[in-house]
Design a protein around this ligand. Structure first.
Ligand code: ADP
Length: 589
């Protein structure tokens, strides 16, 4: 608020115009009301006091009138002095109560009671809190004391009491009641206005939330559509690079490696953005399947070994003996993602030395166990003041990280969110230039079922030899890629360009498995699968169907299961992923 107005300002409106807050506006009006009514009362009493030569009253009255005029001028000139003036007025009011009781009137008359009420009321309206309680107590206590003391006969005041005559005092009492009404009304009006403003604000907030939700929805839709569009061509790039490497000349191999590396990089960026988007919308749900923890760790280790060896780093996997043969119920994809992100970072930000993934069994409690995961490196480390920030999305430890090491700054934000889904949190210990240690605990249910047999099957590329597969896909590049890939694994393939053609083909012959695209002209993958599941020939009706889709919608998995598909592979897929899924189906056949 503006500190001061013109010294010649006599308008309360100008003061109120400066104040946007309805409660503060009401406070100015209350102060002004009290000042005006008090002056009015003083001028009513003045002639009487002069007439009857009540010198003490006269002196007090003149002092009060002068003070009230000065206070009125101050509030109109310096509105910021509201609080100070409120205090002065309350002190004056207390002084009047005390002097009435013990000097001028020497009795508790209606005027004194009104003044006590007014002081209590106004102290809460103008100041509030402990200070208001003190003013109220100081207004009430002397009256209580006076009553007790008078009954006990302690009060011996020798001054003559100077009561005003009843007509004048009646006028004062009426004016006091009027000021009560006005002060209450002013405060109530401010209260109601404030309430209405809050309601309007709430309504606006609710509208904003609806708008924001709609915006988030459309952003999520945009991202999943975009990723779909990006994933389909990327599928062709990654797959073709994989196939080309077999027949490439020596000088082409390096270029193909770069091509494959860049495509995989692009894919991981797309996946990161999607994952972060999903986790932000709370759309990630953890799977709960039996997982061999040592096997999972070995897979992660071997998946990262190439990366580490390219930088001549030792990548060490250290596990407890007690971890052997331990199966847990968890989400292997998300757990892998967490360790992969942390260990991948460790390799990325380490130039020499080693990266260690250490997992130990901390506690066995009934059918649950707590594991401690620790990913450490001897790399560049993270300065202490950046250790909080790097877990924020799109944030890196320093401004030149992207230039030197690449990356989007999303990995750790995803790790943090995924760990919170596991009811865990990440801890970091690091010093600039001295490496970093990322740690977390996971408490997971143990799985009693021995599933070793499945885990021990070998990855032999001739494993699928002799299978007969129906590829249902409308995209020519994807068909070409799948044909080449499957022929490499010695799998026989037949093509159908849409769902209807797939049903026609199935009428003619038996297949061991169908790879089914979802979005196709003529008949989509869902409809085709439903029709297949209703075929009279049970062998054909029960043929395993794997969806191949670039869609990342949340309902995808539920819908795939609903129409009766066994599994799905995301485009772009790594050839090994498809191989593993086909292998699993082959095994249960
Ligand atoms: P990105 O690696 O894509 O930049 P992250 O979210 O995974 O994004 O990491 C954020 C930042 O944290 C990195 O850019 C890097 O500055 C820092 N950081 C993460 N892990 C390590 C590590 N092991 N050593 C040093 N710095 C790290």
């Amino acid at each position: 608020m503006k500190e001061q107005l013109s010294i010649f300002n006599f308008s309360l409106k100008k003061v109120l115009d400066l104040e946007p807050d309805s409660f503060k506006k009401a406070r100015y009006q209350i102060v002004f009301t009290i000042l005006t009514f008090s002056l009015l009362k003083a001028f009513i009493v003045l002639p009487y006091v002069i007439k009857y030569e009540q010198h003490l009253q006269l002196a007090r009255l003149i002092f009060i009138i002068v003070s009230l005029l000065v206070l009125t001028k101050i509030i109109l000139y310096k509105p910021a002095s509201l609080l100070a003036i409120s205090h002065i007025m309350l002190v004056m009011s207390l002084a009047t109560i005390w002097s009435n009781l013990f000097a001028y009137v020497q009795a508790i008359n209606i005027f004194t009671i009104q003044l006590i009420f007014l002081t209590t009321l106004v102290s809460y309206y103008l100041i509030g809190g402990v200070q208001a309680a003190c003013y109220s107590a100081m207004a009430i206590l002397p009256a209580v004391y006076y009553l007790i003391a008078r009954h006990a006969g302690f009060v011996h005041i020798n001054m003559p009491s100077e009561e005003v005559d009843s007509e004048v005092s009646d006028a004062v009492v009426i004016l006091n009641f009027a000021s009560f009404l006005l002060i209450h009304y002013l405060y109530y009006r401010a209260f109601r206005k404030n309430l209405m403003e809050k309601e309007a604000l709430n309504l606006q907030l609710q509208n904003n939330v609806v708008e924001l939700n709609a915006l988030a929805e459309s952003r999520s839709l945009f991202l999943s559509t975009m990723s779909h569009e990006l994933r389909t061509p990327l599928n062709g790039v990654i797959g073709m690079a994989y196939l080309l490497k077999d027949s490439a000349l020596e000088e082409q191999k390096d270029k193909l490696n770069i091509l494959e590396f860049s495509a995989n990089n692009l894919l991981s960026v797309i996946n990161d953005v999607l994952d972060y988007n999903k986790s932000e919308l709370g759309k990630i749900e953890l799977e709960a399947v039996p997982v061999s923890l040592p096997e999972l760790l070995k897979k992660i280790h071997s998946g990262l070994e190439l990366k580490a060896s390219e930088k001549h780093l030792d990548l060490v996997l250290e596990t407890d003996e007690s971890l052997e043969n331990i199966w847990v119920i968890t989400d292997p994809t998300r757990l892998t993602q967490i360790i992969y992100n942390l260990a991948g970072n460790a390799i990325k930000f380490t130039d020499e030395g080693m990266v260690k993934i250490k997992v130990t069994l901390r506690e066995l409690l009934g059918d649950r166990a707590t594991f401690h995961f620790c990913i450490s490196d001897t790399g560049i480390g993270i300065a202490e003041e950046r250790q909080q920030a790097i877990f924020d999305p799109f944030t890196q430890a320093s401004s030149d990280t992207t230039r030197k090491y690449g990356g989007t700054g999303l990995g750790l934000a995803i790790v943090k969110r995924l760990l919170s889904l596991f009811d865990s949190a990440i801890e970091l210990e690091s010093h600039s230039g001295k490496g970093s240690v990322f740690k977390f605990h996971l408490t997971l249910p143990l799985c009693q079922t021995q599933m070793k047999a499945v885990a021990e099957q070998k990855a032999d590329t001739t494993y699928l030899k002799g299978l007969k597969l129906l590829i249902v896909e409308d995209n020519r590049i994807n068909v070409l890629l799948l044909q080449k890939l499957l022929s490499k694994w010695e799998v026989e393939t037949v093509i159908a360009w849409n769902g209807q053609e797939a049903i026609d083909q199935l009428q003619l012959q038996y297949f061991d498995c169908i790879l089914m695209d979802i979005h196709m002209p003529v008949m989509d993958g869902y409809t085709a699968t439903s029709s297949i599941r209703n075929l009279a020939d049970q062998m054909k009706a029960n043929v395993p169907i794997i969806a191949i889709t670039a869609s990342v919608s949340d309902q995808l998995y539920a819908k795939i299961k609903m129409v009766g598909m066994q599994d799905y592979v995301h485009k772009p897929f790594q050839p090994k992923q498809l191989f593993d899924k086909l292998k699993l189906i082959h095994e249960v056949m």
